[in-house]
Ligand binder design. Structure first.
Ligand SMILES: Cc1cc2nc3c(=O)[nH]c(=O)nc-3n(C[C@H](O)[C@H](O)[C@H](O)COP(=O)(O)OP(=O)(O)OC[C@H]3O[C@@H](n4cnc5c(N)ncnc54)[C@H](O)[C@@H]3O)c2cc1C
Length: 404
């Protein structure tokens, strides 16, 4: 369908943030369209995150799309730090109660959201890159590469850091924080069961190595790599040898399997303030990137969407009383408070997992502090409990849950 569409909210990007927002708006009776450059097959092939905080699980429950997650997902009950033969294992079963965090692959979250949204009659324009943001009679308009035009009262960019909407707005309207942490990881998705039923963060003299759960037969593994290394430097044989050396408790015991995907990830923090301008709002990776060390990016993206959907739902349901710019400004203020809390936690996790590069100033001192934090997690239950609360994330706020 190519033509002109009139709606209340145009959502650009149908990743976890865009689909959560569109699903919640549709449920609340707000007219919306979600647009993505990828077709369904491409969307469902994007394997990225896998850790779902408690509030994310509860949000999917409220949306009625958590059936597969609750049957096929893995309850996430422990994490383990390894450092020079010392193991610090944190078990949070006691904290979880009946609301555990889960491991469930991002592409499955997207599949469930998309199915739920479309089967409820929601409109998704897939395989249609948005190329332009314009204005007509004071209202925003987005144009797609195929000529489709969407006129809306509010446009939401959920298209990641390099989306087309913010790129069309004056750069001076935003403050950007962009920090490179000097750590590069090789991320590997492998067709093999996890070798332990929980997350493992391994500190080794050759660099960090980690195991994150994804499903009973697929595991995400990480290796810290040098600045000048590319994918070509990491053939499968070397990947498994290094993983074995850095992670296995007894060398040669790691179960190998075909490598499904390899990518290089730079540990980076990026935040845009504010998360709105005029009738445009930013959600998820379009407004902030967290280093994946804390497993928070997808959760933060969906938490933005839940907050914005509640605010826009109230705005449109109450007959558009009040200025929509004020609604978006209040959204931005609320979310930035949470975004910075999550950035702080992810920064803490990053420096708990990665020691200083040898030879950097004060390397010995920084490493001693890292170990002090790690051993306090082992020895101080109150400290460990506070840590695990943040690791699992908060519960879904009642005001966001109540009218879904
Ligand atoms: C290797 C890796 C591991 C990760 N692990 C975790 C983890 O364990 N836990 C966690 O919470 N987070 C993790 N993250 C981060 C998480 O994947 C992201 O934070 C999450 O995808 C953000 O969701 P989003 O909806 O904001 O953006 P995205 O998922 O990036 O979705 C953006 C969508 O916009 C579309 N789009 C882009 N440009 C256009 C355009 N011009 N027109 C139309 N559509 C467009 C894209 O096709 C895409 O579908 C990880 C990320 C990586 C890379």
């Amino acid at each position: 369908m190519v033509g002109t569409i009139e709606t209340q909210v145009a959502v650009v990007g149908s990743g976890p943030a865009g689909l959560t927002l569109a699903s919640l708006l549709h449920k609340r009776g707000v007219a919306c369209v979600v647009i993505d450059k990828f077709d369904r097959e491409q969307l469902l092939a994007r394997a990225r995150a896998g850790f779902l905080e408690r509030r994310t699980v509860q949000l999917l429950d409220r949306l009625g799309v958590s059936k597969r997650l609750r049957t096929e997902g893995l309850p996430h009950t422990a994490c383990e730090f390894r450092c020079d033969g010392e193991i610090v294992r944190l078990d949070y079963t006691d904290l979880c109660g009946d609301t555990p965090s889960f491991v469930y692959p991002q592409q499955e979250v997207v599949a469930d959201l998309l199915d739920g949204y479309e089967s409820a009659g929601g409109s998704a324009l897939l395989g249609r890159p948005v190329v332009e943001l314009g204005t007509e009679r004071g209202l925003p308009v987005v144009r797609c590469a195929d000529g489709t035009v969407v006129r809306a009262e509010v446009v939401v960019e959920a298209a990641g850091q390099y989306g087309p909407v913010r790129a069309a707005l004056p750069a001076g309207a935003f403050t950007e924080y962009d920090v490179r942490h000097g750590v590069r990881l090789l991320g590997v998705l492998a067709q093999t069961p996890p070798f332990a039923p929980h997350t493992i963060y391994g500190q080794h003299t050759d660099g960090f190595a980690g195991q994150m759960l994804r499903s009973p037969d697929v595991t995400r593994l990480y290796l810290e790599v040098a600045d000048d290394e590319g994918l070509a430097d990491w053939p499968e044989e070397r990947i498994w040898r290094e993983l074995d050396g850095r992670l296995a408790l007894s060398p040669g015991t790691l179960r190998r399997g075909p490598v499904l995907e390899r990518s290089l990830v730079e540990m980076r923090t990026w935040v845009v303030e504010p998360m709105h301008l005029g009738r445009v709002a930013l959600v998820g990776d379009a407004a902030h990137i967290v280093p994946p060390s804390g497993g928070k990016g997808m959760n933060l993206a969906m938490a933005d969407a839940a907050d914005l959907a509640a605010a826009l739902g109230r705005h449109f349901r109450d007959g558009a009383i009040g200025d929509v710019g004020e609604v978006l400004a209040a959204y931005s203020r609320r979310r930035l408070a949470d975004v910075w809390q999550v950035q702080e936690f992810s920064h803490f996790m990053l420096h708990l997992q990665h020691g200083p590069r040898p030879g950097t100033p004060d390397a010995g001192y920084v490493e001693a502090l890292r170990r002090a934090r790690l051993f306090r997690l082992r020895d101080d239950p109150a400290y460990a409990r506070a840590f695990l609360e943040r690791y699992m994330g908060p519960e879904l706020a009642p005001e966001l849950a109540s009218d879904i």
